[in-house]
Write a protein that binds this ligand. Structure first.
Ligand code: CP
Length: 312
């Protein structure tokens, strides 16, 4: 992979992504069989949260412990970071104690400044712009069910947010076609669309953005959505619910996709808003597999990053 970090998802080219997913599947299988491997034995890894988390926090903490590492889980507000210490100084200091830093924060610039300052790998556990660990788990989930990624159609509905951005990058890298259905004002960042289009030119994927939810769902292999009101957007709640309501994944949208289409959501979900309860809990849903796959995909990512550095 390019560089020491995983902060945008662009560090993994098509071959890296393929290898990461293959290793994720291997680690998942080994765990199910009870095979114990500790490739990160004696390592200490800082895991910082400046926003709430359930899946990311627990999957990193458990995954790192399973691989023999000591996860040092920190809340931003309990650190000097929360009292004005710079992100660069925080990174320089943590790199003196820890073998890697995983961070969930707000600005992508802050995360990249941390990666620049810290001498150890830095991993994006969600920023306002990207959620690349989620996209790894999502690609793993689709690959498990479909045996591959290239040529499939992923349709994303709703807010063109950080999850959507990372899916665009991962899909375009893997040669998977992706259509984003969203209303005016909620499109993905044009810079991310441009990056995805550049990647798609190399992989042969097709990337599209439309206001037509039915066209997006047409013959799709997977339907994906995320909450409409993300952390920090509570003041916009009413406007968001109104604008995004035509993009709910419901039985009618599901009927437009392939009969065996996968229904996906990164969670947490609001049943009745971005997805109906019947679809979320229905037979096409792989949503809880996605949540589990955070564990396996992140284990593969951390092993790969640490091996790339030649271990300790
Ligand atoms: N999908 C996801 O990142 O979940 P958490 O916010 O609970 O970590």
């Amino acid at each position: 992979m390019k560089g020491k970090d995983f902060v945008t998802g662009l560090e993994a080219d098509a071959l890296d992504l393929d290898e990461l997913l293959a290793l994720s599947l291997q680690l998942k299988e080994e765990q199910k069989k009870g095979v114990e491997t500790q490739p990160l034995k004696n390592m200490s890894i800082a895991v910082i949260f400046e926003k709430p988390s359930t899946r990311t926090r627990v999957s990193f903490e458990v995954g790192l412990a399973q691989m023999g590492a000591h996860p040092v889980v920190l809340s931003g507000r309990d650190m000097q970071l929360g009292r004005g210490e710079t992100i660069e100084d925080t990174g320089r200091v943590l790199a003196r104690y820890c073998d890697a830093i995983v961070i969930r924060t707000f600005a992508q610039d802050k995360l990249e400044a941390l990666a620049q300052a810290a001498a150890v790998p830095v991993v994006n556990a969600l920023s306002d712009l990207y959620h690349p660990c989620q996209a790894l788990a999502d690609m793993l989930t689709i690959r498990e069910r479909r045996g591959g990624l290239a040529g499939l159609k992923l349709a994303y509905f709703g807010d063109g947010n950080n999850v959507c951005h990372s899916l665009l990058i991962a899909a375009a890298t893997a040669g998977m076609n992706m259509t984003v259905a969203c209303p005016d004002g909620y499109q993905p960042d044009p810079k991310v669309i441009a990056i995805a289009n550049r990647l798609a030119e190399e992989s042969g994927a097709e990337i599209a953005v439309t206001e037509d939810a039915s066209a997006a769902a047409d013959k799709a292999d997977a339907l994906y959505t995320d909450v409409w009101v993300s952390m920090g957007q509570e003041a916009e709640k009413d406007a968001r619910l109104t604008a995004l309501s035509p993009y709910r994944i419901d039985e009618a949208i599901l009927a437009t996709a392939k009969a065996d289409a996968l229904v996906m959501h990164c969670l947490p979900a609001h049943r009745g808003e971005e997805i109906t309860g019947a679809v979320l809990d229905g037979p096409n849903s792989v949503i809880f597999d996605q949540a589990e796959n955070r564990l396996h995909a992140q284990k593969a990512l951390m092993v790969t990053l640490m091996e790339q550095r030649g271990g300790r």
